[in-house]
Design a protein around this ligand. Sequence first.
Ligand code: GLP
Length: 264
Amino acid sequence: MKIIIRNNSSEGSIWAAHYIARRIREKAAVSDKPFVIGLCTGSTPIETYAELIRMVEAGELSFKNVISFNMDEYVGLPVEHPESYHSFMHRYLFDHTDQPAENIHILDGNAKDLAAECEAYEKAIVEAGGFDLFLGGVGEDGHIAFNEPFSSLSSRTRVVTLTQDTREVNARFFDGDFNKVPKQALTVGVATVLSAKEVVILAFGSKKARAIKDAVEGPMSHYCTLSGLQNHPAGTIVCDENSISEVKVSSYRYFKAVEAAENL
Ligand code: GLP
């Protein structure tokens, strides 16, 4: 696992956007196959998406040959609801790039048969060639996508029940009203995320410090599902000084030394 530490969330977001852009360009230079990316929602990736959009508008990057699969969606929330992850992704990314509509995949939380929807999603990911890169965020309790504590680290796409904590944290998007936050979601599993060739996680702010400490220094455990990244050959967490603040000083120094030595 690599940890990138930047002074603040803006610098971390720019780092991540440029890293993703480099990976898209590198694949395009050697292959006609699409770049398959997993995408996340939440307040954390917004600046990364803004920088990707800037690059597209400047003609420095294209999403024409990018296929995306979002990691999760609420169950029962109308697609046109401003806080559905469909709306979020169009608002903050898809409406501003050249990615073809048919290359965009988001779980349908209003499907009649939710289990069938999840199964079809896993199949579609395989048919697209599997993920080149998965971009994720992390919840305050260390959850990745909507894989709440005690989700199996070998879980796949499925219906989940959200914890009280997650619904309280996400109430900020629903007029501060906990009762308006859906109780269930569809989410890719931990193993779905870890099936990607590469995983990049963004974690900014002191609210994420405990999750980062548990994921990086704690045991690999279903208690903190991001800790599953410890078992991935190419996992990177992009932090700022606040989110990394709970790890041991010796760990912090090591990450900084690797960054300097490898010019990350
Ligand atoms: C939700 C999403 C996660 C996201 C998390 C953190 O639970 N399902 O994918 O990582 O929120 O959100 P934020 O970036 O707003 O802190």
